[in-house]
Ligand binder design. Structure first.
Ligand SMILES: [Zn+2]
Length: 453
């Protein structure tokens, strides 16, 4: 198919299109607007009166702020074809993705898929490979080594120089630093070696000098304190070994934290909880349904088998409370750690919103804001070329979801009423057919390859 034909197949109307009487809470929670788009960009937001309630809400597309596209979310440890991952995100209204390490493994396949796709792909920024500590005297490796993606190990300043160059060459635009020793709760075991204070300091300093935004992975309050003190302000998770009080929060002025409940919860879930979680709309249409057979066979949570059920359960409760406190400060970013087992691309981001909201619908506006406007601001910073533009302004890409008005009995995980990416309407049914076709092609028997000499 030629570029022109492909373009035609998906292009929305070229002339101006106006959405009448939609709420745009990110601009004004009480007003209705006529929103005009043309040639894939917004051209005007015109207030037309007061909101009565119940009107559809227009928000920027969701941003997944903590994903691992190249890690295996499936229970049989298979990694999804990146062409499927891209559509999984689009299907759920996720138009922007931050990959938090490992993306170079699938970068070529992603680029080829995007080139051939009739649908606009989600925009993605990545960090290349993470940096972590060297093996310590006790034989512990740095966090990240346990995943099927390489990491750069830092011992001296020139190691970081090498990592920054190698990541930049691979298209990485920010730095991901692994700092946790794996402690989940007070008294739980140390699992990983950790960067020394000296290395942590020069890492923060060198990144700042080169204008590279750094995101750091910490578990405990103490780790978060040290990292903050060395100059880090973006944290890949919320604190999990205690619930921060007002005095603790005073120490973290200007810090932002990513919520990752969806990615860490599968460890403690029962088979029944999995089946409930995977019964939401969109699962069967976007995910490998063999995962359902797998979780049906889970008799007890993995946390019990690995002896971490209690600590992980307590850690999740601390993480959620800390995430909601960050939300209250306007400092929460909504992510998932998707690519961890059972944390599916796209699907789990909407699930994360439910986990954060719990049974408090008064959180809906703030959660929607942070998952869209907050996420876009973040990805803009991580891109290495921030524009600072508001995603809902004339001239910005016409990338948005129309969502049902929030209501106490309506989960935030409800699929968008409509998803539009750079002016192109996303046809969920067509996406589902394409994902099924890609899976069928991958599972079809192939010629035996023989043994290479
Ligand atoms: Zn992660």
């Amino acid at each position: 198919m030629s570029q022109a034909v492909r373009g035609q197949a998906v292009r929305g109307q070229e002339g101006p299109v106006t959405l009448h009487g939609v709420a745009v809470p990110a601009l004004d929670p009480d007003a209705l607007y006529d929103v005009t788009t043309e040639n894939g960009v917004f051209t005007a937001f015109r207030p037309t009166g007061a909101r009565r309630g119940g009107e559809h809400e227009l928000w920027p597309g969701y941003t997944e702020t903590h994903a691992h596209v190249a890690l295996p979310a499936n229970w049989d440890d298979t990694v999804e074809d990146p062409r499927i991952v891209a559509l999984q995100y689009l299907y759920h209204g996720v138009s922007h993705v931050v990959d938090m390490f490992g993306f170079p493994l699938v970068a070529d396949a992603w680029a080829a898929g995007r080139e051939a796709s009739p649908w606009p792909y989600p925009e993605l920024v990545h960090c290349g490979y993470a940096v972590t500590a060297t093996t310590d005297a006790a034989g512990r490796t740095g966090h990240g080594v346990e995943f099927p993606a390489p990491v750069h190990m830092l011992a001296v300043e020139s190691d970081l120089d090498h990592a920054l160059r190698a990541n930049a060459e691979r298209g990485g635009t920010f730095l991901k630093v692994m700092f946790t020793d794996g402690t989940e709760q007070p008294g739980s075991p140390v699992r990983f070696s950790r960067l020394s204070e000296k290395v942590l300091r020069f890492t923060a300093r060198m990144a700042a000098e080169r204008g590279i935004t750094a995101v750091i992975d910490c578990n405990t309050l103490q780790e978060t304190r040290w990292a903050y003190e060395c100059g880090f302000r973006l944290f890949a998770h919320t604190v999990r070994d205690r619930t921060l009080d007002a005095a603790d929060w005073k120490e973290f002025e200007g810090a932002r934290f990513v919520s990752t409940l969806a990615g860490l919860r599968p460890m403690v879930m029962t088979g029944e909880e999995f089946l409930t979680e995977y019964s939401r709309e969109g699962f069967a249409e976007t995910q490998d349904v063999r995962n359902l057979d797998f979780v049906r066979g889970i008799e007890k949570p993995y946390g019990i088998e690995y002896g971490v059920q209690e600590t992980r359960t307590a850690a999740l409760a601390d993480m959620r409370r800390n995430a909601l406190a960050a939300l209250g400060r306007g400092d929460l970013l909504v992510g998932t750690d998707s690519g961890n087992t059972g944390a599916y691309h796209g699907y789990s981001l909407l699930g994360e919103l439910d986990l954060l909201r719990g049974d408090d619908p008064s959180l809906d506006p703030a959660l929607r804001h942070q998952a869209t406007v907050g996420g876009r601001r973040y990805i803009d910073e991580l891109s290495g070329a921030p524009t600072g533009a508001h995603p809902l302004s004339a001239g910005a890409d016409a990338t948005y979801n129309l969502l049902h008005a929030s209501a106490p009995d309506r989960p935030l995980s409800a699929l968008p009423v409509r998803t539009v990416v750079r002016g192109v309407e996303i046809d969920r049914a067509a996406l589902a057919r394409e994902m099924a076709a890609l899976r069928a092609a991958a599972q079809a028997p192939t010629e035996p390859k023989g043994i290479a000499a």
